[in-house]
Design a protein around this ligand. Sequence first.
Ligand code: ZN
Ligand code: FE
Length: 255
Amino acid sequence: MPFDLITIPCLSDNYAYLLRDHDSGKVALIDVPEAAPILAELKKRDWEVSQVWLTHHHPDHVQGLAEVLKEHDANVIGAKADEHRLPPLDRKVDEDDSITLGSLETRVIDVSGHTVGHIAFYVPTAKVAFTADSLMALGCGRLFEGTPDQMWESLQKLMALPEDTTICSGHEYTAANAKFALTVDPTNPDLISRSKDIDAARAKGEPTVPSKLSTELKTNPFLRAADPAIRATLGMPNATDAEVFTEIRARKDRF
Ligand code: ZN
Ligand code: FE
């Protein structure tokens, strides 16, 4: 199932993505923080966007849409639950709905927490998930609307995907996330070495996304509430995973 996956830096620290199915030549654009870099990438490759997939309503994920639609005749797809505050949608989707892009089938996953109505797009045959501000590289989105329990539930759905899934998240926050992660999981060798890799990549101006789910499972403290060493550091040996997650999220907010 050949496909192309392109990461496009936008604004100061956002990412948009292009997913192109080779069989049909159809292209999906995932999130639209800023039109100019996206239009430039499409022009360079001579690609037409046929679908836009929106993860959530925040301006830094949708504000470039109108300008992109002036040049590309694309179908806009977003969460039915967020219809009232997303740009006009051609298709409204719920959890478990599927989206067809040529030969690629995509499943919608509700990942509420950062916002209520945030969705992720999982493409099993490409082993890619677009998670925006839910699961992020070494982090998770801040809880603007949802509860910690809701975010924990959302993250568990993503944790259950195959470990070799490529996680395409919405922001370049990884270096700051690493500094925080080391405060709750200071002796984790995988985290220590990933943190060095991140600093090296950022020093060269390279993105630290996408990442592999397997890497997140080993290093992202927000997925590691069950880990005995993290629980010991937090002094929460007998708490539930949701309680440990809630504490980690609260500490990150204060960090
Ligand atoms: Zn957001
Ligand atoms: Fe964002």
